[in-house]
Write a protein that binds this ligand. Structure first.
Ligand code: UDP
Length: 412
C-alpha cells in the first residue's frame, strides 16, 4: 500500500481503504479531469487539492484544470452564485454573452485534455458551458454543483438548466438541492481531509503562537468564524450575536478570519461592511489571511471554545466539519449543508438569528461539561460521515456506475 493510503488507513480504518482499492480497480488508468474556476480559496479548491492526488494514488490518471476569466466574468459568475442561492439578481444578455465567450476561449485551451478524457467533472456554473463546446468529446461528463440551489432565482436557473441539461449526470451535496434535470443525479456531500495542514493534529505551541500573533487572551473565552467575506456567511450577524453574548460573558473575544477567493469579487466590500459593524471593538479581531494560511486557521479553530458558521445559505460549509473535527461544538445557520452536519442539540446548534446564536453561546460557555460532550460527539460524527475517504468512495461508485465498469458485485 502506498504511504498516503497507509496514512488514511490509520485515520479512517483499513476496511475503508480496502473499499477504495476495490472500487478504483475498474477505473485504473482512466483519464479523469476536474475543472473549476480557482486554484485557491473556497471549498471547491480545498477539496480538489486532496481528492485529485488521492485518485492518482489509486491508479486513476486524474488531473485538475482551472479556467481563466477577467473581472467582468467573475462578477457575472458571482451573480450566478447569488441568484442560484436565491437572490433576485438580473443577469443581462451582454453579461451572459461574455460568460459564454470566456468559456469559448477556455475551451480552445482545454480541448485536447477534455476531449481525450474518460470522465470530466465540471464544478459549479463557471465552467458549465464547456460541455456544449466539445462536440467531439468521448467521455462521460458530470456537473458537480456545490451551491445551495434549493430555491434558485428562476430566470437564472432556467438559463443554467439549459446549459447543464446535456451532462450525463449531476452531483449535488444534498437531496434538498436536487433539480428537475433529464439525467441521473447523485447526492454526495463534501468532506474534509484529516491529514491536511488545515485538519491535522497540532502541538500546543502552534496554538499558543496564534494567541500571540493575533493578540488574543488565552484566559478569556473565544468564538471563531472562518469564512470568505460573503454576505451569505453573515459576518455582520456574527458580530451582533457576539454583542448579545458579551453581556453575559464580558471577557468574550471574537475572531472573524477570512481571505478572498480569486473568483470572488465582492469580498472587499463585505470586509468593509464587517469592519464598520465591528466599530473598533478591540475584542473583535477581523483577520485577512493569505490563501495558504491553513495551519493558522487550524490553530484558530483549536483555540476557539465554540465555532460559528452563521450562514444564511450554505452549499455545505466545510468550516463546520473542520470545527467539529477539532472537537468543537459548532453553532451554525439552519440552512443547506449545515443541517447535514449539525444535529441540533447533539453535535452543535442550528440557529436562525443573531439572538438565537447568542443564547447558544451563552448556554455552552456556562455549561462546560455540555460543551465538551458536544464537541466529542461532533468529532465522531465527522469521522463517520465527512472524511475524504467516504467522499472518494461515493465518487468512485458513481464513476463505476456511469462508465458501466461495475463488476457483478462490489462489496461496500
Ligand atoms: N478558508 C481558508 N481561508 C479563509 C477562509 C476560508 O482557507 O480565509 C477555507 C476554509 O477553512 C474552508 C474553505 O476555505 O476549508 C471554505 O469552504 P466552505 O465550504 O466553508 O465555504 P465556501 O467558501 O466554499 O463557500
Amino acid at each position: 500500500m502506498s504511504h498516503l493510503l497507509e496514512e488514511y488507513a490509520r485515520v479512517a480504518g483499513e476496511d475503508v481503504v480496502d473499499h477504495l482499492r476495490q472500487l478504483s480497480a475498474p477505473l485504473e488508468g482512466m483519464k479523469v479531469v476536474h475543472v473549476n474556476s480557482t486554484r485557491v480559496g473556497g471549498g471547491v479548491a480545498e477539496i480538489l487539492e486532496k481528492l485529485v492526488p488521492l485518485k492518482q494514488e489509486l491508479g486513476i490518471n486524474a488531473s485538475w484544470e482551472v479556467i481563466e476569466g477577467d473581472a467582468e466574468f467573475y462578477a457575472t459568475t458571482k451573480s450566478f452564485h447569488n441568484a442560484l442561492q436565491g437572490d433576485r439578481v438580473h443577469i443581462s444578455d451582454d453579461e451572459l454573452r461574455h460568460y459564454e465567450e470566456i468559456n469559448e476561449a477556455n475551451a480552445e485551451v482545454l480541448r485536447p485534455v477534455l476531449e481525450a478524457a474518460d470522465i470530466v467533472f465540471i464544478h459549479d456554473p463557471q465552467p458549465a458551458p464547456l460541455l456544449g463546446l466539445m462536440p467531439d468529446r468521448k467521455g462521460i461528463w458530470i456537473w458537480r454543483c456545490h451551491i445551495d440551489v434549493s430555491r434558485p432565482h428562476r430566470p437564472v436557473w432556467r438559463y443554467l438548466r439549459d446549459v447543464v441539461a446535456g451532462y450525463d449526470a449531476s452531483v449535488f451535496s444534498l437531496a434538498a438541492f436536487a433539480q428537475n434535470l433529464p439525467h441521473v443525479q447523485y447526492l454526495i456531500p463534501p468532506s474534509i481531509d484529516p491529514l491536511s495542514d488545515k485538519n491535522a493534529e497540532l502541538g500546543q505551541d502552534e496554538i499558543d503562537a496564534v494567541y500571540r500573533e493575533f493578540d488574543l487572551d488565552p484566559h478569556r473565552e473565544l468564538i471563531v468564524q472562518v469564512s470568505r467575506f460573503d454576505r451569505f456567511k453573515d459576518p455582520v450577524g456574527v458580530i451582533e450575536a457576539y454583542r448579545h453574548a458579551k453581556k453575559f460573558s464580558p471577557g468574550l473575544q471574537l475572531v472573524l478570519a477570512g481571505g478572498s477567493a480569486t473568483d470572488d469579487p465582492e469580498g472587499m466590500a463585505v470586509l468593509k461592511e464587517t469592519e464598520a459593524a465591528a466599530g473598533g471593538d478591540p475584542d473583535i479581531h477581523i483577520l485577512l489571511l493569505p490563501p495558504d494560511a491553513h495551519r493558522t486557521i487550524n490553530a484558530l479553530q483549536r483555540a476557539a471554545d465554540i465555532i460559528l458558521q452563521k450562514s444564511t445559505k450554505e452549499g455545505f460549509g466545510l468550516t463546520v466539519a473542520e470545527g467539529m473535527w477539532k472537537g468543537k461544538p459548532v453553532i451554525g445557520g439552519d440552512t443547506g449543508g449545515i443541517r447535514l452536519q449539525i444535529i441540533n442539540d447533539h453535535t452543535g446548534f442550528l440557529v436562525s438569528t443573531p439572538e438565537g446564536a447568542a443564547l447558544r453561546i451563552r448556554y455552552l460557555l456556562h455549561h462546560r461539561d455540555k460543551l465538551v460532550e458536544m464537541g466529542e460527539k461532533a468529532r465522531s460524527f465527522v469521522r463517520e460521515n465527512f472524511l475524504l475517504t467516504r467522499h472518494l468512495r461515493e465518487y468512485l461508485t458513481a464513476m463505476v456506475a456511469l462508465t458501466g465498469k461495475a463488476e457483478d458485485r462490489i462489496e461496500l
